[in-house]
Design a protein around this ligand. Structure first.
Ligand SMILES: Cc1cc2nc3c(=O)[nH]c(=O)nc-3n(C[C@H](O)[C@H](O)[C@H](O)COP(=O)(O)OP(=O)(O)OC[C@H]3O[C@@H](n4cnc5c(N)ncnc54)[C@H](O)[C@@H]3O)c2cc1C
Length: 610
């Protein structure tokens, strides 16, 4: 097996094609690598599946910093003399520094895996810097950085990098874009072999892992266990069918892996080094929570954002949002929320997922709220923004739980739709989300039965969708109808649709049932908070005098906009009573609530001083 010093220079890297732009002295200089036999084919397939285009042009991955800008970058770091062979970081390291090369050069290496020899990912000469997006997400390092030619590097700690991002607009723009571009490039490079996920294409557990990896934009490579490449990967890693889904990372093989275990291993679970209480903790990273995080962090609040599943919320399940302000051609929910995640990270918000809040202690002992997480961790915080949205409703049918993720889906994006392409599917629901899904799936070549319980599709759906659905040759709208039976082996194969008007039932093949019948507020983890009869949380003017306990008398004020019946606790987005259940409304509420958070914290401090 080749050593890292003895790499065969075969196979062209995507960025090698741009050699002139990357080979100037002082820039990160990605080199060719030994391409594992199957990677080109896998990568080519991935490229076809890639739903979104790069967020920034990949040409900004290796910026040329002028003398003045480079000197400014050095001021954020601490100098370190280096010698050939010194290791500056290695896989598994936490809280790694941005490495700025002042003299000499360094190389970044993807270490050997069971199926592929080590490979050099980039070489960085004096004037360049080493680092990618994990500097901001907090993910552990998965590559090795070693000194090629001795000299001096400057280490910029995570804390100093956050200061740079917050205070130097010109420099942060250059560095931030480079970090994002590098992630895009690394995802398509041999570096993706550092995190390999293998499972069966239609398994619910594998789908959960892949959804998590995709939403977190993790550098990884997916292997379908049913393909020759998947079988070869399993064999080289000593994995059996019982171990699936599995993840192979440097130094560890995670069998029957879950998003939680993967996050723990990668350092993406909640961890806090500071003993100081957090200013604002936001529970739920859908559009409302993300907007609150962007505004909270950008306005100088120490901001923590948690999500039980992954970032994006319901919006990430939408293949195409057409009514979001400023995007006349629509955009996918994953793209919209992915950009918001980057924005929140840039301003210094700390994100953790999967990370579920299970209890909130509200007695304000010492002026703080205490949030309990599923893993037993606690967060002491001055304010909490509840942005937990809503959970999907299900149909009360036998075998429903068996087929969840194995033919029953609550989203219609590339990940769910892939297994159904060209096969008949059923979409259940009469609102816009169902209409969008039906059009998306029909556009991918499936014959779609849109099953609506009510008498008229136009009752709840926007006219633009109704018009398109009614003329689409692959869509059959079945009003006054319900799905009444599910059949299949390990996967859903057939549904029975009962027409209530004609009193007939018909079984038909179904590769995927996409369910969009509304949602219930995700508030089961909360107690003692005022809600409406439907369980959605009431705030500010929706609260009557009876809702407000003695704590308010002591405070001597009424609830602020978006403040719940508990002082310092705010509710925004779909979980909020009377909310519009739209992305724009959720982001507006999340952003606006931060103004109230500032006031509540100020009042808290004033109270402490009195
Ligand atoms: C398929 C689909 C298509 C849609 N299309 C459109 C559209 O085109 N236009 C439009 O305007 N709207 C659309 N919507 C609606 C829109 O997505 C929602 O209104 C919006 O996402 C609500 O945002 P939110 O942040 O309030 O809640 P959510 O998006 O529901 O996010 C809540 C988050 O909180 C997390 N959470 C829940 N409980 C906990 C806990 N205890 N601890 C930690 N985290 C927790 C969840 O995992 C989730 O990520 C669509 C919805 C769906 C499902």
């Amino acid at each position: 097996m080749a050593s890292v010093n003895d790499l065969s220079r075969t196979g062209a890297a995507p960025w090698a094609a741009r050699a002139p732009a990357f080979s100037q002295p002082g820039l990160a200089r990605p080199v060719d690598w030994a391409t594992p036999h199957d990677l080109d084919r896998l990568r080519a397939r991935r490229a076809r599946e890639q739903p979104s285009k790069p967020l920034v042009p990949t040409s900004v991955a290796s910026p040329r910093l002028g003398d003045e800008l480079f000197a400014r970058l050095l001021t954020y770091g601490t100098p370190q003399e280096t010698h050939r062979g010194d290791v500056l970081f290695r896989p598994g390291d936490e809280d790694v520094d941005l490495i700025v090369v002042d003299r000499g050069s360094v190389e970044v290496i993807r270490t050997e895996t069971a199926g592929a020899p080590a490979a050099t990912v980039a070489a960085v000469d004096a004037g360049g810097f080493v680092g990618e997006l994990n500097l901001l997400t907090g993910q552990n390092v998965y590559l090795l950085c070693r000194v090629r030619e001795g000299g001096t590097v400057y280490r910029v700690s995570p804390e100093r990098l956050r200061q740079l991002m917050a205070s130097d607009v010109e420099l942060s723009d250059v560095v931030f874009k480079a970090l994002i571009a590098r992630r895009e490039l690394l995802q398509r490079s041999t570096a993706a072999l550092a995190v390999e996920i293998v499972g069966t294409d239609r398994s619910a557990a594998a789908l959960a892992l892949r959804t998590y990896a995709a939403r977190q934009r993790l550098i990884h490579l997916w292997f379908d266990a049913g393909t020759p490449a998947g079988r070869a990967m399993m064999e080289s890693s000593g994995l059996t069918e019982e171990d699936l889904p599995a993840v192979v990372i440097p130094g560890a093989t995670l069998k029957q892996a879950t998003p939680g275990v993967l996050a723990e291993k990668l350092g993406l679970s909640y961890r806090r080094s500071s003993v100081k209480p957090v200013d604002v903790t936001i529970v739920g990273a859908g559009p409302a929570g993300l907007a609150a995080a962007v505004y909270g962090a950008s306005e100088g609040l120490d901001t923590v954002l948690l999500d039980a599943v992954g970032t994006g919320g319901q919006a990430a399940a939408s293949s195409r949002i057409e009514n979001y302000f400023g995007f006349p051609f629509g955009l996918s929910g994953t793209d919209l929320t992915g950009l918001a995640v980057l924005q929140a990270l840039k301003f210094g918000a700390q994100l953790a997922s999967p990370c579920e809040a299970v209890r909130l202690d509200t007695d304000r002992n010492g002026g703080l709220l205490r949030l309990h997480l599923q893993g037993g961790e606690i967060i002491d915080t001055k304010a909490v923004v509840i942005a937990t949205g809503a959970r999907y409703r299900v149909l009360p049918l036998e075998r429903w739980p068996d087929f969840e993720g194995a033919g029953i889906y609550y989203a219609a994006t590339e990940l769910e739709a892939r297994g159904c392409t060209g096969n008949p599917v059923t979409v259940v629901g009469g609102a816009n989300s169902a209409g969008q899904a039906a059009l998306y799936l029909a556009g991918r070549g499936s014959d779609v039965s849109l099953v609506v319980r009510g008498p008229d599709i136009a009752t709840e759906m926007s006219a633009y969708l109704v018009d398109r659905l009614l003329v689409h040759p692959r869509v059959t709208v079945r009003c006054r109808s319900e799905v009444t039976r599910l059949d299949g082996g390990d996967f859903l194969e057939e549904v029975t649709i009962t027409d209530r008007a004609a009193d007939t039932a018909q079984a038909q093949p179904c590769a995927g049932l996409f369910c969009f019948i509304g949602a219930e507020p995700a508030t089961s983890w909360l107690t003692g908070i005022a809600t409406g009869d439907d369980g959605f949380i009431r705030t500010d003017v929706q609260l009557a005098g009876d809702d407000l306990g003695p704590a308010w008398d002591t405070l001597g004020r009424r609830p602020l906009p978006f403040e719940t019946s508990i002082p310092g606790v705010f509710a925004v987005g779909d979980v909020h009573s009377g909310s519009m259940k739209r992305v724009a409304a959720a982001t507006g509420e999340g952003a606006s609530a931060i103004a109230s958070v500032h006031k509540a914290i100020a009042a808290l401090l004033a109270g402490a001083v009195r």
